[in-house]
Design a protein around this ligand. Structure first.
Ligand code: ATP
Ligand code: MG
Length: 450
């Protein structure tokens, strides 16, 4: 700075929060659990770019949807004039990639993805401008069994995460012809009550009247509750599919409510739609939403290929995990290395490398940054790290070619300290931590002991 003035701070963009280390372990638990469940059902990971051509989303999601009308971060590439958009959801990109690489040439594919999504919304609890979704897409599957499979792997995830307060709402929105027939009657009905509709409903009346059905405006609840139900317009095939899904859920003791007003805010859906909702997050209670989108791939120029998928909002699930008490930070390491003196520091550094070679996690007290620190203050840090052992190297240890190994997690009074020959320290702590099986099966929260 040439002027004697403090530099102005630059902060994160509104609605695009940082995820800090204090929360990172919850994200890891969520992602690891979700990934392993998806894997156990045979889903494979796909990673598509965050940026796509704007017209991809306009075509997939539909021109008269909240997302395309007002939520997309679209921009022109200043280098070449391309019209681009930060992805607001994951399905469009996955479907593009499936077609571009002809992934279904040898049969249907089960896929999952995770990552950032961007929507220009009003930031509030559970609603951000950058947020994360974890999603699955089953491409090329016709039957109701795969719809049920997707629903049930969600429930397995809630169970594994300890989140029982998430309930399932289910509906079928039929196919395009059935929706067209319903739409005529729905518009007629809503027109009869037009003076009671709010501005948004009036605007949607002739563009996307189905969306009016999931209005959250309390004043409209009576009107939409009495509106013609799409379920009553379904033909034999759509009904049979819906019965098939419900039958599998029933046989597997999956609870749900049929919500005849459940529609999705994205145009590509047909037949089965579902949402997993909770009452514990205030207004933003939907943690996962999905359904069939059989027409989409043909709309993209592919061969007719049925498909079904879901997307979860990870931020909302992390918040639920927090309120379910999942807060304890895991241990940062297995071993914390305490040292005093220049040669002791070098010995500790060398020892740290050897212990990591053996597969344990080690934090070396950083004397050059934190200052040497008394043994006492270093031991406090060792305790706070959650390590099972502190290894202490001071002048005496250097002179005797030993290290002092102190158990930090034993009951008070039992925290024995042993003097171990330097060459035997690695074997000693590995034995104690892995061989001794100190934590049994309950320590997956802690880390890997390879
Ligand atoms: P909502 O009705 O809450 O706006 P939506 O219908 O726009 O949701 P989808 O496009 O189906 O949501 O996205 C699936 C899930 O992603 C949602 O159920 C929610 O958990 C999460 N999600 C959507 N938008 C946001 C956002 N802006 N911030 C955080 N999570 C979001
Ligand atoms: Mg939305």
């Amino acid at each position: 700075m040439s002027e004697n003035k403090k530099a102005e701070k630059i902060t994160s963009v509104k609605g695009m929060p940082d995820i800090l280390p204090a929360d990172a372990h919850l994200w890891e638990i969520f992602e690891n659990t979700a990934q392993s469940i998806l894997q156990s059902y045979g889903y494979q990971n796909i990673r598509t770019p965050i940026v796509e051509e704007t017209r991809l989303f306009a075509r997939a999601i539909g021109a008269v949807t909240d997302i395309v009308e007002k939520e997309m971060y679209s921009f022109e590439d200043s280098m070449n004039g391309d019209q681009l958009t930060l992805r607001p959801e994951g399905t469009a990109g996955v479907v593009r990639a499936v077609l571009e690489h002809n992934l279904v040439y040898d049969g249907p594919k089960r896929l999952w993805y995770k990552g950032q999504m961007f929507r220009h919304e009003r930031p509030q609890r559970g609603r951000y401008r950058q947020f994360h979704q974890f999603g699955a897409e089953a491409v090329g599957f016709t039957g109701p069994d795969i719809d049920a499979e997707l629903i049930m792997l969600c429930r397995r995830l809630w169970d594994d995460l300890g989140l029982p307060e998430i309930r399932l709402e289910l509906n079928s929105i039929g196919d395009a012809a059935e929706r067209a027939a319903h739409r005529v009657d729905l518009i007629k009905y809503l027109e009869q009550h037009e003076e009671l509709l709010d501005a948004e409903a009036k605007r949607r009346l002739h563009t996307n009247p189905l969306r009016i059905l999931d209005t959250k405006n309390p004043a409209l609840q009576d009107i939409v509750n009495n509106a013609p139900k799409l379920l009553d317009y379904l033909g034999e095939e759509s009904l049979k599919h819906f019965e098939g899904v419900k039958n599998i859920l029933d046989r597997n003791a999956v609870q749900y409510t049929v919500n005849t007003r459940l529609v999705r805010g994205i145009d590509y859906y047909n037949r089965t739609v579902f949402e997993w909702v909770t009452d514990q997050l205030g207004a933003q209670g939907t943690v996962c939403a999905g359904g069939r989108y059989d027409p989409l791939i043909e709309q993209f120029g592919g061969k007719p290929t049925p498909a079904v998928g879901f997307a979860m909002g990870i931020e909302r699930l992390i918040e639920l995990m927090k309120s379910a008490g999942e807060t304890a930070a895991p241990n940062q390491c297995d071993v914390y290395l305490v040292h005093q003196g220049e040669e002791a520091q070098m010995q500790a550094f060398i020892l740290g490398e050897r212990i990591r070679d053996a597969g344990l996690d080690v934090i070396l007290h950083c004397a050059t940054t934190a200052g040497a620190g008394s043994f006492k203050s270093q031991m406090k840090k060792a305790d706070g790290s959650g390590a099972s052992f502190a290894i202490i190297i001071g002048e005496d240890e250097v002179a005797n070619n030993t290290a002092s190994v102190k158990a930090l997690r034993g009951a008070e009074g039992e925290q024995q300290q042993a003097s171990v020959a330097f060459e035997e320290v690695v074997g000693y702590v590995v034995d104690q931590i892995i061989g001794g099986d100190a934590c049994g099966d309950d320590c997956d929260d802690h880390h890997h002991h390879h």
